[in-house]
Design a protein around this ligand. Structure first.
Ligand code: ASP
Length: 328
């Protein structure tokens, strides 16, 4: 606590010394997915924590620029004025898009300044409440018995739900069993699932936990290598590996980015405020309640964040190629 206080004083001093940044202009987090979804949730919680960590001296705005699996919002920030006031809060899609899109209008490793990672989030395989299956085994059997008649929602090509759906359908040999239905984010997809207009989805726990708890959707499995034994709700669901899908593991991560050319002084201030926010007990508690783990290792530093994303691009590309789907 004492350390936190010292850090807070240091960051406040940093801001007090910087006359020009952030100034009175708000800092916008561009979220490349729909409002009310899993990434939006992380952004709004982080905006609140960073407002606090900047000693209340900065205003944050969340702008949802959804579409094309997060690539429209990412492109907007890549081309934005590099003054520190427009930031991208994006997830694993930053690393999945290069493997999925033949013509990506931005270069993830060249067009951004890396500001640090935020959290890691498990995913859940969920279905509409009307499904007859009540456990993962029965769910897989139901899919096989209804092959060709089912659909799976996702948040657009290159989104986490798309990636997860691809990997899962390929792992259970059910690529032809269902039609994919893209949405601008898993917030609208979740509405369709709760309403029974789509059959299933693989989505981040920052979006699914509340819906599972309220009984509005059925959960069947989690995508982590190990069971989520620390979470009071999610601990009850098996991992896909426990259900026989050897080696299946998918964890989503979020990071913060600025357009290339943002002044180093602004980047340093944002990174300092981010690191402080990641230690905020309120932020940690909220994220943990949603099954997410706040990053507390060297990936909160820009260089390690960038190296991690580069490694993820190399890791994900062959997975997507094996699953066999491309977007133009
Ligand atoms: N994170 C996305 C959203 O916020 C969902 C996804 O990537 O699947 O909607």
């Amino acid at each position: 606590m004492k350390r936190l206080l010292v850090l807070a004083v240091a960051v406040t001093a940093l801001f007090a010394n910087a006359q020009t940044f952030p100034g009175s202009k708000p800092i916008t987090f561009v979220v490349p997915f729909a409002a009310g979804g899993p990434t939006d949730r992380v952004a709004r919680d982080l905006a609140e924590a960073m407002r606090k960590s900047m000693g209340g001296g900065a205003n944050f705005v969340v702008e949802n620029v959804n579409g094309a699996g997060g690539t429209i919002g990412a492109n907007k920030v890549a081309k934005a004025l590099p003054d520190g006031h427009t930031l991208l809060l994006h997830h694993i899609g930053m690393a999945a898009a290069p493997g999925l899109y033949r013509k990506l209008p931005y270069k993830p490793l060249e067009d951004f300044e890396f500001l640090g990672m935020i959290n890691e989030v498990p995913m859940t395989i969920i279905g509409k409440p009307q499904l007859p299956a009540n456990n993962y085994r029965d769910f897989e059997n139901y899919i096989r018995a209804n092959s060709g008649k089912l659909n799976i929602a996702h948040a657009g090509l290159g989104s986490a739900s798309h990636l997860c759906g691809l990997m899962w359908q390929s792992a259970i040999n059910a690529k032809e069993a269902m039609t994919t239905i893209p949405f601008g984010g898993t917030a609208p997809a979740m509405n369709a699932l709760v309403g029974g207009q789509v059959d299933m989805m693989c989505d981040q726990t920052t979006n699914t936990t509340g819906q599972i708890e309220a009984g509005r959707v059925k959960a069947f499995a989690v995508t982590t290598a190990k069971p989520l034994s620390g979470n009071k709700l999610l601990k009850d669901y098996p991992t896909l590996q426990e259900m026989g899908l050897k080696g299946f593991e998918l964890t989503i991560w979020h990071g913060l980015y600025a357009p290339k050319g943002t002044p180093p002084a602004a980047l340093a201030q944002i990174n300092a405020a981010l690191k402080l926010a990641l230690k905020d007990p309120d932020f940690i508690r909220k994220q943990e309640g949603l099954g997410a783990v706040v990053v507390a290792d060297k990936r909160v530093e820009p260089a390690a964040h960038k190296a991690f994303v580069a490694a993820e691009i190399a890791k994900i590309k062959p997975v997507i190629e094996a699953a066999g789907k491309f977007a133009d």
